[in-house]
Design a protein around this ligand. Structure first.
Ligand code: GLU
Length: 451
């Protein structure tokens, strides 16, 4: 078994925490943007702080600070009314030292190259930490899927696939769902790719994960990120003095990750009392049924108007006293202002990079524990790895096998973070980056750097 020894008493406040504006010498060396609010500078900065603390060799720091490849494409698509629109798409391949590039495709009207670079970087860290043989990548299309018919979305997705087909592959770069994309989109991508790629007669469906179960998908993949959030909570809460079955919690963002985290945590006995999304903020101290709310959101598109809870202000939502706060929406949502309001013991990052360094500094000073995204939301890519293994071996796993294997990976990763925290007397995010960088450093030490 992989469980590592746990400390018997709650963790003390760490000595080494990153400053709000960490300034690594690597920023100047590589010409990073000087804007402290830049997402890429913030995400890579957290890793570089960890790198300095652990003494990561300079050559590995500079390699990890930039992606290997950044692809930007523009492609025209015919709309239902006959006119053409030009779309912008991205695929960033951050690192493949541990295995093929891996990471989702975001379909969102406000996606930019720096976001995709940050998310690709986080995938490298996540895959390393959780012990799957993948590197990191990410992609996306600047599109609002809610504003397009099914037919238009199918043409956009297939045309985007055509634009990047020669840069991805089952052993090279394997996309997956992310914000705004779903299993149907993955099916169109796999189908389009199968017509375009020269795969020598081999089944090409392992080019993408998060597919529908009927077409090469894995049982348990849809809920996997939420399952991983709850597995992490169950593993980490007791040493923070909390019992999962007695916790209250709130959720920010009620899409795939937020709703599944809510449903699964609720099944453990925890009580959801506040939820927010792009449509509004709701609260009910007696509890909001996550399953019922998920059904409502699937019909209405958001939490606004849900009658079994009361609409509240943004401030009241953040100030609601809970044991666990789960941000499961977009990046940079917990800045200084939100961090001052949050009244929780633990933050479990279901989203990628939801907490800014400035926000985190305030949370840490206030004694709030932050379970970082590269640990907390690694369940999605872990089950993507299981899907890929099933595709490659022509096997299908039962759900209990998927859940059991996922739990093993999450528990092992949590153990590595816990060990690094103790060794370096640091916060959990820094500890997670140290654990992730250790594995990458060993790989670079073994491989060397060509030539
Ligand atoms: N988009 C998810 C993430 O950010 C999953 C990626 C994958 O399954 O490859 O972790």
């Amino acid at each position: 078994m992989t469980t590592l020894a746990k400390p018997s008493s709650p963790i003390q406040k760490p000595k080494n925490v990153p400053p709000a504006n960490y300034n690594s010498p690597i920023f100047d060396e590589l010409g990073f943007p000087s804007d402290a609010h830049n997402l890429y500078r913030q995400t890579v900065g957290s890793m570089l702080y960890a790198a300095e603390l652990m003494g990561l060799p300079h050559r590995v720091q500079i390699i990890l600070a930039q992606p290997k490849t950044e692809i930007m494409v523009h492609f025209p698509v015919k709309m239902d009314d006959g006119h053409y629109r030009l779309f912008k798409g991205y695929r960033v391949q951050h690192n493949n030292a541990l295995g093929p590039y891996k990471g989702g495709l975001r379909f969102h009207h406000d996606v930019h190259l720096d976001d995709v670079k940050s998310l690709a970087f986080l995938m490298t860290m996540k895959c390393s930490l959780v012990g799957v043989p993948f590197g990191g990548g990410k992609g996306g299309v600047k599109v609002d899927p809610r504003k397009h018919s099914n037919g238009e979305m199918e043409r956009i997705v297939r045309r985007f696939t055509t634009a990047i087909a020669h840069s991805i592959g089952p052993d090279y770069d394997i996309p997956a769902p992310d914000v705004g994309s779903n299993a149907q989109h993955m099916a169109w991508i796999a189908d389009t790719y199968s017509f375009l790629a020269d795969v020598g007669g081999k089944d090409p469906s392992a080019v993408i994960t998060g597919k529908p179960v009927e077409y090469g998908g894995s049982l348990g993949r849809e809920k996997a990120t939420g399952q991983g959030v709850v597995d992490t909570l169950v593993e980490m809460l007791p040493e923070l003095g909390l019992k999962p079955e007695q916790c209250t919690f709130s959720v920010l963002g009620f899409g795939n990750v937020g709703s599944w985290s809510g449903k699964i945590f609720q099944d453990k006995g925890a009580k959801m009392i506040a939820v927010a999304d792009h449509t509004g903020f709701i609260k009910n101290d007696k509890g909001i049924d996550a399953q019922d709310l998920a059904t409502y959101v699937a019909q209405k598109g958001g939490v606004a108007g849900y009658t079994k809870a009361t609409a509240v202000s943004k401030e009241e939502f953040y100030k609601t006293k809970v044991d666990v706060f789960i941000p499961a929406a977009l990046e940079q949502m917990i800045q200084e202002g939100e961090a001052k309001l949050i009244n929780a013991t633990v933050i479990a990052e279901g989203a990628n990079a939801p907490t800014t360094p400035g926000g985190e500094r305030i949370l840490l000073e206030r004694g709030v524990e932050v379970l970082p995204a590269i640990l907390c939301n690694a369940g999605g890519v872990t089950v993507s790895y299981f899907e890929w293994v099933q595709n490659k071996t022509f096997h299908s796993w039962e759900l209990d096998q998927v859940d059991r294997e996922l739990n093993k990976h999450m528990v092992r990763a949590a153990g590595k973070v816990r060990d690094a925290r103790r060794k370096y007397n640091c916060d959990l995010r820094t500890a997670a980056y140290i654990a992730a960088c250790e594995r990458l450093n060993h790989a670079y030490a073994a491989r060397g750097i060509f030539p």
